[in-house]
Design a protein around this ligand. Sequence first.
Ligand SMILES: Cc1ncc(COP(=O)(O)O)c(C=O)c1O
Length: 400
Amino acid sequence: MSKHWRPFIGMPGSKPLLSRRMAGIEPFHVMDILAQAREMDARGRDVVHMEVGEPDFPSPRPIVDAGIRSLQQGKTHYTAALGLPELRQAISDYYLSRFDVQVDAARIVVTPGASGALQLILGVLINPGDKVLMADPGYPCNRHMVRMFGGEAVSLGVKASQNFALSNDQVIRNWDSATRALMVATPANPTGRLLNPQQLRFLYDAVRAPAGMLIVDEIYQGLVYDQPVETALKLGQDNLFVVNSFSKFFGMTGWRLGWIVAPPEYVPALDRLAQNIFLAAPTMAQYAALAAFEPATLEILEQRRRVFQERRDYLYDVLVNLGFRIQGKPEGAFYLFADISAFSSDSFDFARKLLDEAAVAITPGRDFGSYRADRFVRFAYTTDLERLKLGVERLSRFLA
Ligand SMILES: Cc1ncc(COP(=O)(O)O)c(C=O)c1O
């Protein structure tokens, strides 16, 4: 080798030269736990998975059939960047039939998952230095996506005693001239808590007063128990972006499909940005999703919702009896966010030991923020009741 040889950037083995923004993008800590759980699975150890944030059911048959049919019919080309017109119309019809809200299909933008929706919204709204308020704990990708666009995520700690919901007072106190938007999710990840229509109205008013934007993530809409399913779209159409997805309620995580309902004047910018970063959402998925609103599919989804409710009721009761503190039964999603301070002051260590010693995988609080994160873990009831019972048996032996 020449003595003048030296490694250069981009050469295998050299250190990658990453953008400064990457310093703020954290990995999912649960990925470590997931990797370890998968390795244990591979070694033949039977792990009970309560860390997985997606339904255990496969996509409903009518959706799968519609997807297969679209491929057989050669529908494999790009769609319009805003999405298939018939899917945008089907979503609009669904809002009318299920929620009694009129939403013009022209305001609906079909995206690659809620993830794509959030990127488009932040991309058209955020200037470098703009602040976006959000709850801690909350969905971790939100703060990373804000950073991706040069914005500053302002995480506001929310307590179990306030149902992990941001109050309008907190929003008003923390809003300054650099604040552009507030992001909320209802039902929320990781807490499963719902914002009631009045709370949403207060938040909307708090954000609208300084001409800010409210971004409401309704990805767990439909997975609501003991009360009617609502939508923030009833609030109005200005200063409001609603995000939704076919991932959770519709059981289509792997198809990568979601949508935005935007104020009409933002649609051309969303269209332009979508053309440039995604071109369009997956075509096969869009055709498959046309079957998502058929009565036969909705019946399957309703049965599944009841199964999730049964799991929630079981798991909530046993966890509380074991000494986990959960303030009230979460109204939605498929998560229980439990305070473990009766057992440990380090939820990451608790989750790791629970996996090592009892082969039960859960998610530590630090994946969802830093506010009191060491005290909380998330249990996902995305596994069947028999497995949940086995997990609970192991958990109680572990605690003993
Ligand atoms: C609150 C919330 N928003 C958005 C997403 C992203 O979902 P997807 O891109 O699959 O639609 C998730 C996924 O877990 C989530 O929990």
